[in-house]
Design a binder for this molecule. Structure first.
Ligand code: BG6
Length: 519
């Protein structure tokens, strides 16, 4: 039994362990008999993330012995060619050490189906491969279909799965569909996509990947808020001045011009990652830690989001110009390969939102994201009001900022609390200091990569970390008016690569008497 990496003394596989209480999250959660079919297996995501994640799961002993991996793509490959490609991507990108015995076991369950999505013969071959693997490797008819393909292909693939009897599970087994963002480009297209997918798969068979939810630090937002007593009493409009959610990247668009141009930063990450972070930060305590309860609370937040009336003053979009980054000269967005030189696509976006409910009324949530910014950092900063009164004279506190709790999502995972402290010396002077929690210092356990966690959850049927179609649609309802406004008002503001975005974004906060953090 390949339980390499499992806790010593842990059962070889927990699906056949009658003593295992499925609610006990301390035991390793090991997937039962199953297989994964990846469409678009030759793409970047598959090579850099999905294949290495599958190997890492196997290496940690979290996949069943007969786990099978099927690739589907338009290449004239045999099974062994596919296995070689997976091998190379594992060697290059896996996070755990390479072990020949784990690899061999995994490789024996690899199959490749050549064909395009219109090709009935290829889907017939896929069906035979699934039947053969059920018999030879005991996958028990349990399959997840991962659509790592552009959304324009979703309708074809799901219809083919239905037509060839692959979408419905045989008695006692399961079938699941995994879809990657973008989930549409606006509300109308997202609804259409959901309609097409739900025509074939029931909503609880569909797992939408927002890889931010698979990040350890993002899952920790709920632990921090609801497993402790000291944060919730101040987590509301009586104490909080505003919240800033930042997802800054130093990279440009790389080789993704085809996807990115015409989509832009707000659709690319605000609609999904940042609104999810906001929902987790603002939501009420769920009745239970399960998918339905989490959905109910996140949905309440998203429905309560209110856009400011004057979108011109409270939103900003920008586009990176040439500049300096890491000591090197980098070109601007309009000079990138494959970009229309007249493109008005945003590579930076900032929006002010409010959550119109009793807890948050009047507290702005500022969301911003951008490519080619000063450095890569994602954080949620809850910034508190000033103390209502100070017994010290004003010179004592003139350098004091506002108290803040900063959840550092990445790269320096942890949390910072900022507060004032007396400066040592003979006079009373108070200055900001920070108290830090760092994952690396507090835990010896390492965080799984987001895709590892999410693929495992798909195989386990645990939907907690997957946005449902209702959330996707609510998020588009928030973003559509902003995109509509931008389309009819001017062009994005230019900002130099390596900076912190356009000046207009600073002015946007300055109008509210606030300023962006410089993380
Ligand atoms: C993706 C976006 O969802 O997230 C990319 O499409 C972005 O544009 C990426 O670069 C960032 O992910 P991470 O995990 O590196 O923060």
């Amino acid at each position: 039994m390949p339980t390499a990496g499992a806790r010593p003394g842990a059962p070889a596989a927990d699906w056949d362990n009658p003593l295992r209480d499925p609610r006990d999250r301390r035991l390793p959660r090991i997937a039962g008999p199953s297989g994964l079919v990846v469409f678009g297996v030759t793409g970047d995501l598959s090579r850099k993330k999905l294949m290495p994640a599958v190997y890492d799961l196997a290496n940690r002993g979290l996949l069943p012995p007969g786990f099978s991996l099927l690739g589907f793509a338009r290449r004239e490959w045999e099974d062994q060619d596919f296995a070689q490609v997976v091998h190379d991507s594992v060697r290059e990108h896996a996070r755990t050490e390479f072990r020949e015995e784990v690899w061999q076991q995994l490789a024996e369950g690899m199959r490749f189906i050549p064909g395009d999505f219109d090709d009935d013969a290829a889907f017939k071959q896929l069906r035979s491969a699934v039947d053969e693997l059920d018999a030879s490797r005991g996958t028990s008819g349990n399959y997840a279909f991962y659509l790592s393909v552009p959304p324009k292909f979703f309708p074809k693939v799901v219809r083919q799965l239905k037509r060839h009897g692959l979408a419905r599970a045989p008695e006692g087994s399961w079938r699941r569909a995994v879809i990657e963002k973008p989930f549409g480009r606006d509300l109308a297209s997202a609804r259409e996509l959901n309609r097409i997918v739900h025509d074939v798969f029931d909503p609880d068979q569909v797992f939408r990947i927002d890889h931010y939810l698979g990040k350890e630090t993002v899952q920790n937002i709920l632990a921090l808020r609801f497993a402790n007593q000291m944060y919730e009493p101040v987590w509301n409009r009586s104490f909080v001045d505003h919240v800033q959610i930042t997802m800054a990247e130093d990279i440009g668009i790389g080789g993704r011009a085809g996807y990115y141009d015409g989509i832009g930063s707000a659709r690319d990450v605000i609609q999904n990652h940042l609104l999810q972070l906001m929902a987790l930060t603002a939501m009420e305590e769920p009745a239970a830690f399960d998918a339905d309860s989490l959905l109910a609370e996140k949905l309440k937040v998203l429905k309560a989001v209110k856009l400011p009336e004057n979108l011109g003053e409270h939103t900003v979009r920008g586009q990176y110009a040439a500049g300096w980054q890491g000591g090197a000269k980098v070109r601007g967005y309009l000079q990138e390969d494959g970009i229309d030189p007249a493109s008005t696509t945003d590579t930076y976006a900032a929006v002010k939102l409010e959550v119109d409910n009793r807890r948050w009324a009047g507290v702005p949530f500022y969301l911003r994201t951008g490519k080619r910014l000063g450095r890569r950092v994602t954080e949620i900063a809850v910034v508190f009001q000033r103390a209502p009164h100070s017994p010290f004279d004003s010179t004592a506190t003139e350098e004091l900022g506002a108290n803040a709790i900063v959840i550092r999502v990445q790269p320096d995972e942890g949390m910072t609390v900022r507060f004032g402290s007396k400066v040592p010396g003979t006079s009373m002077e108070i200055r900001d200091v920070t108290m830090d929690f760092a994952y690396g210092e507090s835990f010896t356990e390492s965080s799984p990569e987001a895709y590892e966690r999410l693929i495992l959850d798909v195989l386990l049927g645990d939907a907690n970390l997957f946005p449902r179609h209702q959330e996707v649609e609510e998020s588009w309802k928030i973003l559509d008016p902003v995109e509509g406004y931008w389309e009819s008002h001017g062009t994005p503001a230019q900002y130099p690569s390596g900076s912190w975005g356009p000046e207009e974004a600073d002015e946007m906060l300055a109008r509210d008497g606030r300023s962006w953090r410089r993380p």
